[in-house]
Design a protein around this ligand. Structure first.
Ligand code: PLP
Length: 489
């Protein structure tokens, strides 16, 4: 269900502009951004860091703009705007559940992000649960499980090995309840995990499957019911809706039996001086005033992607991926990181090292000399990075690592519905130039990141947005923070 019709049906609400169906790339906020280079030139910004946080879809911003005049208290307000806001919040829950193909009786809990959603699930596990997961997971899908009993399987050498290892581990798990927790798509290599097969294995062993869909959801259609996924977590900011919303979708029984994630208003049916009757369903875990803008923007993003069609999204990204892969293959010294080889299906995420170059310098030079935003480091997946790149390229030690650790780093480019072929070509030209001639500026480590030395790039005058009223104090803080960078050193 799209949230747009509910807004449109109110005569006074502005209609959000529909996404450009069938016309990829889709318009994103910031597509026309221009950024300074260390040379003093200004160039159009190329954002190839979607896997970290994707830009806001223009249609999502329109939906938020349409919502805000109506923004009011949820659930408890008697005013008409409260009624509209409450209905929108409920419609958003339905729309997000529909987008991921949830079962009719699944619970859809709005959270802050994927990390929050997985922590919520970890806190809701019944006593005597063993969680089976892999060393290749993002930290958000490893650390919450460590609070209870968990088994961490080594990085598998193939999708088939992942299935076989999960099967063995679940069969041997000596507990009443079992949960298999895997990612839908790796945030380091982009490789897609065999979810249907893993769900079948889990169910055969009396276990449930939880899917970390932070990277999968922006790139592929998800049908939870058809796959057999029991739980699914995702983040709005990776799904073109950067307004602080996320979601945990899944079976209600464990969630209803668990202690409320937060204690407070909204999560209760009745409170007496010495007792409390907790609510069931999503409200049980959503105490406090919910993030309506986060929820509605997330639903608007789901609606926009569904409208253009996830198969069209996947096809668009496959073309870009092929271009990046072939282009990088022609650059001497570039070595890609992957678990399962070049033929394994993947989303638009490519991670690589360049022999003889520190990944932090490559990323800093792409930004400072070419206006291209990528990510470098170990991507909150330290065990996976150690397994994939621990032995090679010692000069690529991650700046995230303490001085005595040999944690490897790499460069990651990632893209999505707002990315054009011209963006990819700008990147390929820049990386070829960088590898052929080396960086033109000097770089130094500053708090774990490489930065140009000196860095004459002026910062935008965004701080002015906060000037006046109580914002003045914030303005002052921002201005003093930004001032040293504004003049050439
Ligand atoms: N899982 C994966 C696969 C991710 O890539 C990320 C973020 O990069 C997360 C979980 C955590 O997402 P968030 O920071 O939005 O909670």
């Amino acid at each position: 269900m799209s949230i747009a019709p509910l807004v449109d049906s109110r005569p006074v609400a502005a209609a959000p502009s529909p996404p450009a169906a069938g016309a990829l790339p889709l318009p994103v906020v910031g597509a026309d951004l221009s950024v300074p280079l260390v040379t003093g030139e200004q160039v159009g910004y190329v954002n190839l860091d979607y896997a970290a946080s994707a830009p806001c879809l223009r249609s999502v911003l329109d939906a938020v703009g349409a919502l805000l005049p109506w923004y009011s208290s949820v659930h408890r307000g008697a005013g008409f705007a409260s009624t509209v806001t409450t209905e929108l919040y409920a419609a958003a829950r339905q729309a997000v559940g529909d987008f991921v193909g949830a079962r009719a009786d699944d619970t859809v809990v709005f959270t802050r992000n994927t990390t929050d959603a997985l922590n919520l699930l970890a806190a809701a596990l019944p006593e005597d649960t063993t969680v089976v997961t892999f060393a290749s997971e993002h930290h958000a899908n490893q650390l919450p499980w460590r609070r209870g009993r968990s088994v961490v399987l080594p990085v598998p050498a193939s999708a088939d090995e992942a299935i076989a290892r999960a099967d063995d581990a679940l069969r041997g798990a000596p507990s009443r309840h079992r949960l298999l927790a895997v990612t839908g798509a790796s945030n380091v290599t982009g490789e897609l995990w065999p979810l249907s097969e893993l769900a079948a294995v889990a169910h055969r062993r009396g276990a449930r499957l939880s899917v970390d869909a932070a990277q999968l959801a922006p790139h592929r259609a998800i049908e939870m019911a058809a796959i057999g996924a029991d739980y699914l977590a995702l983040s709005g900011h990776k799904l073109y809706a950067p307004f602080g919303g996320g979601v945990l979708v899944g079976r209600g029984d464990w969630l209803d039996a668990a202690r409320p994630y937060l204690a407070g208003g909204g999560a209760v049916r009745r409170v007496t001086l010495d007792g409390v009757e907790w609510a069931s369903g999503a409200p049980r875990h959503e105490a406090g005033t919910p993030n309506v803008v986060g929820a509605v923007s997330l639903a608007a993003a789901c609606g926009a992607l569904a409208e253009v069609g996830m198969s069209a999204v996947a096809a668009h990204e496959a073309g870009l991926l092929d271009r990046v892969t072939r282009g990088l293959g022609a650059v001497p010294g570039v070595e890609r990181l992957e678990m399962w080889g070049p033929a394994s299906p993947r989303i638009g995420v490519v991670t690589f090292q360049v022999r003889g170059f520190h990944p932090g310098v490559v990323a800093a030079a792409l930004s400072a000399e070419h206006g291209i935003g990528v990510r470098d480091g170990s991507f909150c997946a330290h065990p996976l990075m150690s397994a994939l790149a621990g032995g090679r390229a010692p000069e690529a030690r991650s700046p995230e690592a303490p001085a005595d650790a040999a944690l490897p780093g790499a460069v990651r480019v990632s893209f999505g519905v707002g990315t054009s072929r011209a963006d990819i070509d700008r990147f390929l030209g820049a990386i070829s130039d960088l590898v052929a001639r080396g960086p033109r500026a000097r770089y130094r480590l500053d708090a774990g990141r490489y930065v140009p030395e000196p860095d004459p790039r002026p910062r935008p005058a965004l701080a002015g947005l906060l000037a006046g009223g109580t914002g003045g104090a914030v303005h002052g803080l921002l201005a003093s923070h930004l001032a040293p960078c504004q003049s050439p050193a």
